[in-house]
Design a protein around this ligand. Structure first.
Ligand code: GLN
Length: 447
């Protein structure tokens, strides 16, 4: 803990941590120390973990990096965090992110931007940018992020580390401040596959507080990392031939596919003509869900309330106008529009249908093949401000990560070399629902 506390201080300018739980982390470390000496320590004894600012932790502040939750302290702890604490992990602090998880660059945060430690003029990715940089820059061993459409995998790729989005419903969402409830997952950042697998096996599984969580048994992922089979792998023409794809990322992805062929695995090219619909489907459905989820922030129940209101209605209006950032407002408006009576069928219902088609295609393909491989992102980390005036260019950064989110299947990003500027490149691997064990084993084999 002392080692990380020192690093956090020397690298404070990266702005990864919003709050450091110095005293409680040191206290917890002393308790764990004793447990270790008496042979009673849990699976994660002494592992130092940072948490994204969209997860609640009892008696601690959580803001979802939004002004509207300023001063909000939770009365309970997210199940995912509680499960880690129960196995003697040490929670060292709260990590910066895009407001309510909306963004791909961590530039939409009330706590300010986070710097990528590989090049401080560039974004760390988003929305879990703080969580990624905390692991990248050695400020904690492992961190928790959330992934609705790529927010763990994309920043993991931009910072050169490992990041997983589990199957939807594998990890309880109790205590996760909702963005888009039918997409939200809690994922893990780490420097290697082993640590990631260990944390996931502790965090996953049933929870009485979340009725959507799966009751399936959780395999011991960290003990199942040995990989010795002949795998069937698909890659999608539309990803590898995408005009948006940076040349070096294409080369590095192809060289992994070639290596796999040489090692005797079956590697096939498959067409995915629906790829161009995945991003619009994602943004229609997630903004719809967000506009509904975020209606609870009204100045009455949580956090910030405007001091300038003169009646109830102006209190609602002014609190929301002053409390939410630009991107969040854009999404509330988009979501309200696609859910409005006259447009509901044209947008929301249609997007639900397309979601079904994408999910069926992906799941079918993953019964014929063990894995789908593709780049995690079309480009490496971009410069601050590069997409600020063009939200659509920003949304395009999620081109390859949203398929797993729309389909609910697990997906992992692992480092796959660097580009000419020395910026990390990510490789994404998807497997069918609840195949995290297979995903981790293959990711380890490839790393
Ligand atoms: N960049 C995507 C979005 O803004 C993904 C965010 C996420 O996964 N939380 O919606």
């Amino acid at each position: 803990v002392n080692y990380y506390l020192e690093n956090i201080q020397t690298k404070a300018h990266l702005n990864a941590f919003v709050e450091v739980y110095k005293e409680s982390a040191l206290e917890q470390a002393a308790i764990v120390d004793e447990k270790i000496s008496s042979g009673k320590a849990g699976k994660l004894a002494g592992m130092v973990i940072g948490i994204k600012d969209v997860l609640v932790y009892m008696d601690h502040e959580s803001n979802a990096s939004s002004k509207i939750l300023k001063g909000f302290k939770s009365q309970f702890t997210a199940t995912a965090i509680q499960k880690l604490i129960d196995e003697d992990a040490i929670i060292i602090g709260r990590l910066n992110c895009d407001e309510f998880g909306m963004g791909s660059s961590n530039e939409n945060s009330a706590h300010g931007r986070v710097l990528n430690a590989a090049d401080e003029e560039r974004v760390p990715g988003g929305s879990s940018g703080g969580s990624a940089v905390a692991v990248q820059a050695n400020l904690c061993t492992v961190s928790l992020g959330t992934d609705t459409g790529g927010s763990v995998r994309q920043p993991a790729a931009f910072t050169g580390i490992v990041g997983i989005k589990p199957t939807y419903s594998r990890v309880s969402r109790w205590g996760l401040i909702a963005y888009a409830s039918s997409f939200d997952t809690i994922g893990v950042f780490s420097r290697n596959v082993q640590d990631n697998a260990l944390v996931m096996e502790v965090m996953a599984g049933p929870d009485n507080f979340d009725s959507t969580v799966s009751r399936k048994d959780v395999p011991h992922y960290s003990e199942l990392l040995h990989f010795d089979k002949r795998a069937k792998i698909a890659y999608l023409t539309e990803t590898i031939e995408s005009p948006a794809l940076q040349e070096e990322i294409k080369e590095n992805t192809i060289s992994v596919l070639n290596r796999l062929k040489e090692e005797g695995h079956q590697v096939d090219e498959v067409h995915f003509p629906l790829l161009k619909y995945v991003l619009p489907t994602y943004y229609i459905l997630t903004t719809a869900e967000a506009s509904s989820n975020l209606s609870r922030f009204d100045g009455v129940k949580y956090g910030y309330r405007t001091p300038n209101a003169h009646n109830l209605e102006s209190m609602y209006k002014m609190t929301r106008s002053e409390g939410f950032g630009e991107e969040v407002k854009r999404r509330i408006m988009l979501g309200t529009f696609v859910l409005s009576a006259s447009y509901y069928d044209a947008y929301f219902t249609k997007a639900q249908r397309v979601r079904r088609l994408i999910k069926e295609f992906t799941e079918n393909l993953l019964t014929k093949y063990d894995y789908i491989i593709m780049p995690t992102t079309p480009t490496t980390a971009f410069k601050f401000g590069e997409h600020n005036n063009d939200p659509v260019a920003m949304y395009l950064e999620d081109l390859f990560t949203v398929q797993a989110s729309v389909s609910g299947v697990p997906s992992i990003s692992i480092p796959n070399g660097k580009d000419k500027k020395g910026l990390p490149i990510g490789l994404q691997i998807m497997a069918n629902s609840f195949k995290e064990a297979e995903l981790y084993a293959f990711a380890k084999y490839l790393s």
